[in-house]
Write a protein that binds this ligand. Structure first.
Ligand code: ADP
Length: 474
């Protein structure tokens, strides 16, 4: 069974090249052939015209009894095969020809055309022995303007036809040979030009998920191929980064799941070693429940981040009052702050801060920030939530007088699973990553300023919606 394969780029380029070349060669060959043939035939026509007009002049001179000189042979570039003088009725009055084979019969319609024409009539005709002859017919007028006679002269143009045929054969042969040569050259040139593309394709094929650190060689020329190689390398770099992110995420997630699972397992194993009292069982079950709650919160966070990255997560946006939401959250955590002997203050300008947001997610983000402030501020410290407007943005600052974050940790704390390198408090390291995702999904910005030993300030800015009259949440 024959199968159809698309043409390679190399073959296509060659075909184009040969096609264009064929068109150019055939066009110029045709022009050459036609102009040569025309000029040869024109030369014959001019010479025959001269002949008949000369004869006409002689006839007139004879009529007027003038002395007529024979023209010198070199006046005419060609010697006609026959010359005839024809009566107005079409009969041959006089003829000069080497033989009968050098004449062609008179056609009455030619005489009719010649009778009316101001120019000699030129036509091709065949001699009795089959040669092609160029024949010129010219009418001679008397003094009254009536046709007095016709003069015909013919010249065998077999030489010209032979020259034409020869030229045609030579042109056909040369063009064919040139095109064959061009095909080979074209294939060679295309192969050479496409060699780097082949190399690039081979190198690209050799790169797999495991060899994403490798790069294809960028040719030193600053051309399209170099750009192609660079673009390809950039794509590999992005792929590599994405693979690395995924790998780290999976590793970190597995690691995070292991600790609570190990605690669960050891608690249950110890509890099962011997018979225990109801209180002891209740204690173990409570500890297990705590761990399970932590695990499911972690699973929720992981799912949230995974969905946010794949863009499959839609926010439930509605106009809301950020100031009202913040006040509510502060009241919600006040008991915990008091329990930990922390001073929790709210600085509120009283201005309404209407934003378009997903209330559940924004609550989560603010709670995360306050929860961290509670976690990282020792007893006696102070936590302040400040609400303000910054141009067309609503601004929330969460400040604490806690331990602060070192300059070394600061650039990383919004990364997934990032926890401070020393003195870490319990946590998954996902809280700030989720905060950042929530804020950015709301077209907002989040940043931190911090100094070790003095405290931190986390700031969120969200676009305000003016005059929307956001509902008083809850
Ligand atoms: P976690 O859930 O572990 O708190 P986060 O993403 O919320 O994770 O925070 C990442 C890290 O940033 C924390 O482990 C902590 O080291 C640091 N951090 C966050 N907030 C504060 C803060 N208010 N003061 C000091 N360090 C903080």
């Amino acid at each position: 069974m024959s199968s159809w394969r698309p043409l390679s780029l190399r073959a296509k380029l060659t075909l184009w090249y040969v096609g264009v070349m064929a068109a150019v060669l055939i066009a110029s060959g045709t022009v050459l052939y036609l102009s040569l043939s025309r000029s040869l035939r024109h030369a014959v026509d001019v010479a025959l015209d001269q002949q008949v007009r000369h004869i006409e002049a002689r006839l007139r001179a004879l009529e007027q009894g003038e002395d007529v000189h024979e023209p010198r042979a070199e006046r005419f570039t060609i010697a006609p095969a026959f010359v005839e003088l024809i009566t107005p009725e079409g009969a041959v009055a006089d003829v000069a020809a080497a033989s009968e084979n050098d004449r062609v019969p008179i056609r009455s319609e030619t005489l009719e055309r010649a009778r009316r024409s101001r120019e000699p009539i030129r036509e091709d005709a065949r001699t009795p022995d089959g040669r092609v002859m160029r024949v010129v017919t010219w009418r001679v007028l008397d003094t009254r303007g009536e046709v007095d006679s016709f003069i015909r002269a013919g010249y065998v143009i077999e030489d010209i036809r032979r020259a034409e045929r020869k030229l045609l054969t030579t042109l056909t042969l040369t063009i064919t040979l040139a095109l064959i040569a061009a095909s080979f050259c074209g294939l060679g040139i295309a192969a050479k030009a496409l060699q780097p593309v082949d190399r690039l394709a081979r190198a690209a094929r050799a790169i797999t998920a495991r060899t994403l650190t490798e790069r294809v060689e960028v040719p030193p020329s600053r051309d399209e191929l170099a750009r192609l190689a660079e673009t390809f390398n950039e794509m590999i770099t992005r792929l590599h980064e994405a693979f690395e992110r995924e790998r780290r995420f999976t590793e970190d997630a597995a690691h995070e799941l292991r600790t609570p699972l190990a605690i669960l397992r050891s608690d249950l194993e110890i509890a099962l070693r011997r018979e225990r009292s109801t209180e002891e069982y209740q204690h173990v079950l409570r500890r297990c429940l705590d761990e399970i709650l932590r695990l499911s919160a972690l699973a929720d966070d992981l799912l949230l981040l995974a969905r946010s990255e794949s863009g499959k997560f839609a926010l439930d946006l509605a106009p809301l009052r950020l100031d009202v939401l913040a006040r509510d959250i502060v009241e919600q955590i006040r008991p915990i702050a008091e329990m930990r002997h922390l001073d929790l203050a709210l600085h509120d300008s009283g201005e309404p801060l209407a934003v378009l947001g997903d209330e559940r997610r924004l609550r989560r983000a603010l709670l995360n920030l306050l929860d961290n402030a509670l976690k990282f501020t020792p007893a006696g410290g102070r936590i302040t939530l400040r609400l303000s407007r910054a141009e067309r943005r609503a601004r929330v600052d969460v400040e604490d007088t806690g331990c602060g974050i070192s300059a070394e940790d600061l650039p990383h704390i919004f990364e997934r699973f990032y926890r401070r390198s020393s003195g870490g408090a319990p946590g998954s390291g996902l809280g700030l990553a989720i905060c950042r995702w929530i804020v950015e999904a709301h077209s907002g910005a989040i940043w931190v300023e911090s100094e070790v030993g003095r405290g931190s300030r986390f700031t969120i800015e969200l676009p305000l919606v003016e005059n929307s009259g956001g509902k008083e949440n809850g």
